[in-house]
Design a protein. Structure first.
Length: 69
């Protein structure tokens, strides 16, 4: 292969590797962010359910007050 073409191919390979690394980094960051959002959403839903349960417990003769054995 002609020397200047080898240099050009090497530069292209380096560029492709950098793009590939960048895409991988972005995908990992996106995955971490999705995981974080999921955890926060789960906590938020759990808090809402807990608050609802506490409010319903205050109502006399509500199902939440019944004990099952």
């Amino acid at each position: 292969m002609v020397p200047h073409l080898q240099i050009r191919k090497k530069k292209m390979d380096d560029g492709i590797e950098q793009i590939s690394t960048s895409i991988t980094d972005v995908a990992m960051l996106l995955g971490e962010n999705i995981r974080t959002v999921g955890l926060k959403l789960s906590r938020s839903i759990a808090l809402e359910k807990d608050e609802r349960y506490r409010a319903l417990r205050k109502i006399p003769n509500h199902q939440c007050k019944c004990s099952f054995f």
